[in-house]
Design a protein. Structure first.
Length: 202
């Protein structure tokens, strides 16, 4: 679909990605996410850089404008267990599950969770771009399995109807070209993730 806003993820979707980012364990790891109109439930299994397997489960909820409202994450790595819960109100204020303000996240409209390409879809759903248009975003960046959260600036440029350039604006110079399907889900994130196409999908 050329215009992702108002169409992406309206119908229930089952999406899988294989992890390719660990050079010592290439193609060892899988995420399975169930996406409906307003929610995403995911379980991800991968191997950390030091060779330790970990599991990440998360649930996201957003409103009809594709604005994130709630994120609940649970990560397990060896005997270590961590949880993170985030809430976002209409004014863009972020709090923990206990209601404590997370003022450093104010102004972030989206969440970016490592390691999943699902959250790359949120800026594309909420902010349709014209071909050649570039837009910058302030993201709440969550890193698993430790579940730390800080602010990262990123940019997306629409290169073609289903192709975007992603830029990390944190000083690393990291860029990637991301092909997406008709609903804005990433098909291939070079060196990091690749979609596992299920029967009846393209």
């Amino acid at each position: 679909m050329d215009d992702l806003n108002g169409t992406a993820a309206d119908a229930p979707r089952s999406v899988c990605w294989a992890a390719t980012w660990n050079p010592h364990h290439p193609h060892t790891g899988l995420e399975h996410v169930l996406v409906t109109a307003g929610t995403a439930d995911s379980v991800l299994l991968a191997i950390d850089d030091d060779g330790t397997p970990f599991r990440l489960a998360y649930r996201l909820e957003w409103d009809v404008q594709r604005r994130l409202r709630r994120a609940d994450l649970d990560a397990r790595r060896g005997s270590q267990a961590r949880v993170l819960s985030l809430r976002i109100d209409d004014a863009g204020h972020w709090t923990g599950a206990d209601g404590a303000r997370l003022a450093h996240l104010d102004g972030c409209l989206d969440i970016d969770i490592w390691p999943t390409p699902l959250t790359n879809s949120f800026p594309l759903w909420r902010s349709p771009l014209r071909i050649g248009e570039r837009r910058e975003f302030r993201m709440a960046w969550v890193c698993a399995p430790d579940l730390t959260v800080d602010v990262r600036r990123q940019a997306y440029t629409k290169l073609d109807e289903r192709l975007y350039r992603f830029e990390s604006l944190d000083g690393t110079g990291f860029e990637a070209s991301l092909p997406v399907d008709e609903d804005g889900f990433v098909l291939d994130y070079p060196g990091l993730f690749r979609r596992v196409l299920l029967p009846g999908t393209a």
